[in-house]
Design a protein around this ligand. Structure first.
Ligand code: F6P
Length: 361
């Protein structure tokens, strides 16, 4: 009989509840273990712990639900907890020892942390302090190395593709240039996949700095060929050659920075260069919400059950991963060393270019 802690950290994404459900079913119903759900990511282990026992009845009906029943935080890092001084200034305090005390107090034999690179990195630091952690990769950005794909990505791509389909019809009616900004941080996976699936004319991704003149040429070329509208998909982390990504909130101490707004610059530039009416849509958090696709539900369920098996096998410090069609366990350290980015000369980009999609290069 084991007692597992389970938390979801970082930005939410479709499929988190499916993992929680799978962990509870395989650990509690199948093995007779106990699962303690920690609230709001690592925040729930700092100070007085916030947790609840998860029984199979608690996870009934959550498979198709987006978000996470446990809550999450993409700011919570127990190694750098922001403390506000009376004068309003902020300093950062290492509270990781409290996390360890709480894990002992809750008598947890293992902690399953479901999260993106930030959450997994915190997990790794805790592993180094002796905490038995198993990682489960989640992110719509699909930028975690070590796994071919993370759940949430497929759902985000579906949402972005649907947006492109909708923009297509209105773009064509009004003979406009439509610029769509999608998420993905410094990885262009969502932009590339949704752009391909939605038949975009231009895809701008962080891995290929763009020249707006080339994008304007593409729009003008289409115009000459009688295609009087264009669809431009821009990943939020995209940047012009020699330029920097656009942030809503720049990265600072304790902060990872919020990207956003590059589409406005691309849209304004294209309108000026082509003389065409241009509209910008920033898709934002709808990409993170909603019901997971069937693919993500299956992947999330497999990851959850495998994480419990990894606890049974004592594979701590590892993360469940998908390689090809198979599940495997990789060192969290290897998984978070560098982000998984789009290969600018890889098959996917080449395929897109061969069917006439411009990357602005
Ligand atoms: O990592 C997932 C993600 O949705 C990114 O694509 C995006 O840049 C970021 O999180 C947005 O974070 P927040 O929820 O803090 O706005």
């Amino acid at each position: 009989m084991k007692r597992l802690g389970l938390l979801t950290g970082g930005g939410d994404c479709p499929g988190l509840n499916a993992v929680i459900r799978a962990v509870v079913k395989s650990a509690v119903a199948h093995r007779g273990w106990e699962v303690i759900g920690i609230e709001d990511g690592y925040d729930g282990l700092v100070g007085e712990p916030r947790f609840r026992t998860l029984a199979p009845a608690d996870v009934q009906g959550i498979l198709p639900r987006g978000g996470t029943i446990l809550g999450t935080s993409n700011r919570g890092n127990p190694f750098a907890v922001p403390i506000r001084r009376p004068d309003g200034t902020v300093f950062y305090e290492d509270r990781s020892d409290q996390v360890i005390e709480n894990i002992e107090r809750l008598r947890l034999d293992a902690l399953i942390t479901i999260g993106g690179d930030g959450t997994l990195r915190i997990g790794l630091e805790l592993v180094e302090k002796g905490v038995p952690i198993i990682g489960v990769p989640k992110t719509i950005d699909n930028d975690i190395a070590g796994t071919d794909v993370s759940f949430g990505f497929d759902t985000a791509v579906e949402t972005a593709t649907d947006a492109i389909d909708r923009l297509h019809t209105t773009a064509e009616s009004h003979h406009r240039v439509m610029v769509l900004e999608v998420m993905g941080r410094h990885a262009g996976w969502i932009g590339l996949h949704a752009g391909l699936a939605g038949g975009a004319d231009v895809i701008l991704i962080p891995e290929i700095p763009f020249d707006l003149n080339r994008v304007a040429e593409k729009v003008a070329m289409r115009e000459r060929a009688g295609r009087r509208f264009s669809i431009v998909v821009v990943s939020e982390g995209a940047r012009p050659v020699g330029g920097e990504p656009v942030f809503i909130e720049p990265p600072g101490e304790g902060g990872y920075g919020r990207l956003g707004g590059i589409a406005n610059r691309v849209g304004a530039g294209l309108a000026a260069m082509t003389g065409k009416e241009t509209r910008v849509t920033i898709l934002g958090h709808v990409q993170r919400g909603g019901s997971p696709t069937a693919f993500d539900r299956v992947l999330a369920t497999r990851f959850g059950v495998e994480a419990v098996r990894m606890v049974e096998r004592g594979e701590f410090g590892k993360m469940v991963a998908l390689r090809g069609q198979d599940l495997t366990a990789v060192d969290i350290a290897d998984a978070v060393r560098v982000p998984k980015l789009v290969d600018p000369d890889g098959e996917l980009v080449q395929t897109a270019e061969e069917i006439g999609i411009s990357f602005g290069r």
